[in-house]
Design a protein around this ligand. Structure first.
Ligand code: SF4
Length: 490
């Protein structure tokens, strides 16, 4: 399994090298991803219907984003009308502080958490621990990672990199009365028993949100384990935390998106629980006395301002792009070093963290297009990766508005000069021929080691004959043979 050196202590190349040299991790990931790919393909059996559904899903998300400011205002008004308190957070710090303020207002010391990638993004757990509030993850994968002090490696199945043997050891060391067992059901029961106690004693429940419906002021949360339902109903206070892009316009927009999300993520026609939260408790019906929604920007308005980049925000976090990516399936998620790994992470993280911190991610792709073929909302991921690569080596013109933080983070004079020369060489036939002739004549001088290039590849030695001369010789031979045949038939 992946050795857990803190992600920020290693550079991207080092993380990739570490995980490429971990055969167990690679095998486990490959098997898990094959399983998820099979589940998805067996649930979408009719390609015509699938394509129609994807087109509908993409249009719903595009429409919502085209009206984002208005829909957010409508959502806020509706939520307030329903009795849900809305908090806006421009940054991770602001979001964490808001959660802390609510918790302190209630004198809270413990928090039970349903799955929330946004709280991973803001590093909420670390922040709360420092302030004396103990959060407990209730999603099984997240719970395992909290015990192991690790980060998620997948956005839907956060602990997919952990083997049952590793989990058995972890539970034996951390849970009361839990003996080592590789029986998965027994392991789940052991964690369940522990978590039940936490649900009942927690002062606050915190969850993520999959969709927010502006028309009705509803927060939609899908899950399979029931932890989301418990976290949103048992504690007296529920805090939901999500990104501003998750809003949709109508309740009617929800069913197609749910179908796309669950089938693309786990091959399920629907998840075990679909929670729709529209208000705090009413009378004796049960549920929390207070519901809060923390809406996080954290850099999302930057891609929103650019029509092409805005497509990044269409994402419904199904992880299908990760499951089908030949790079992610071989590396796993920790190598990326960001909360959102894989193809979606490579187009989203540069906006959240800036290109200086993420400049290698848009290049961690073969641009094969497998991600965009399966994306349920048709995000053109390879086009966005190419755009980010371009922004990474481009200097802003005078008075030009930035479309991303960290423009030109990958710009180097050497690379600029190299591509400038390449462009001249390939646009002049005379220069190109001279170059090709010299390369073939001097091929014996090609160095066998070329810095990073030859670490995983053979040295690019020119062929003994250029393509031009091979074609020339071929044509000559063809002509000679035609002449010979013509001579013979006379
Ligand atoms: S980019 Fe598309 S495939 Fe990837 S997680 Fe988002 S919605 Fe799913």
């Amino acid at each position: 399994m992946s050795e857990q050196i803190p992600l920020h202590d290693l550079g991207f190349d080092q993380r990739v090298e570490r995980d490429l040299n971990n055969p167990a991790l690679r095998t486990n990931f490959r098997e898990a991803m094959d399983f998820l790919m099979d589940k998805r393909s067996s649930s979408f059996t009719d390609d015509v219907k699938l394509q129609e559904l994807r087109t509908l899903g993409a249009s719903i998300r595009k429409r919502a984003l085209s009206k984002l400011p208005d829909l957010l205002e409508q959502l806020e008004a509706k939520l307030k009308e329903n009795g849900i308190r809305v908090h806006w957070a421009e940054s991770s710090e602001e979001a964490n502080q808001t959660v802390l303020d609510i918790a302190q207002h209630h004198g809270a010391k413990t928090m039970i958490k349903g799955k929330s990638m946004v709280s991973e993004e803001t590093e909420l757990n670390e922040f709360l621990e420092k302030k004396g509030i103990h959060p407990v993850e209730a999603d099984m994968g997240e719970y395992i990672l909290q015990l192991a002090e690790e980060k998620p490696s997948h956005i839907v199945m956060p602990a997919i990199h952990k083997s049952k043997e590793a989990i058995a050891e972890l539970f034996e060391q951390n849970l009361d009365d839990c003996e080592y067992t590789e029986n998965v059901d027994a392991l789940i029961q052991a964690a369940r028993k522990e978590l039940r106690k936490q649900f009942h004693s927690a002062d606050i429940g915190l969850t993520g949100v999959n969709f927010m419906v502006a028309e009705t002021g509803s927060l939609v949360l899908v899950e399979n384990e029931g932890n989301g339902r418990l976290a949103t109903t048992v504690p007296k206070v529920h805090i939901a935390m999500t990104g501003i892009e998750k809003v949709i316009e109508h309740l009617d927009d929800l069913p197609p998106l749910l179908t796309l999300l669950t089938n693309s993520a786990t091959g399920q026609p629907i998840t075990t629980y679909v929670n729709m939260i529209s208000s705090p408790r009413k009378g004796d019906e049960g549920g929390p006395e207070e519901v809060h929604l923390v809406l996080l920007d954290n850099g999302r308005t930057i891609p929103f301002a650019d029509e092409e980049m805005r497509q990044t925000l269409q994402c419904i976090r199904c992880a299908a792009c990760m499951n089908h990516c030949p790079v992610y399936t071989r590396l796993g998620g920790h190598a990326y070093g960001t909360t959102y790994p894989g193809p979606i992470g490579s187009i989203l993280s540069p906006h959240l963290l800036g290109l200086e911190a993420t400049k290698d991610l848009p290049s961690a792709s073969s641009l094969c297009g497998a991600c965009s073929e399966v994306c349920p909302v048709k995000i053109p991921i390879p086009d966005l990766l190419r755009r980010l690569r371009h922004e990474g080596v481009r200097k802003l013109k005078k008075d030009e508005d930035p479309v991303i933080r960290g423009h030109g983070a990958k710009y180097t004079h050497t690379e600029k000069a190299a591509w400038g020369s390449w462009s001249k060489l390939y646009s002049s036939p005379a220069l190109y021929r001279t170059f090709a002739l010299s390369a073939t004549l001097l091929r014996g001088l090609t160095p066998s080691k070329m810095k990073g290039w030859t670490d995983y590849r053979t040295s690019p030695k020119p062929a003994s004959k250029s393509l031009h001369s091979l074609v020339k010789n071929y044509r000559k031979e063809q002509e000679q043979s035609r002449n010979k045949e013509a001579g013979g038939s006379q």
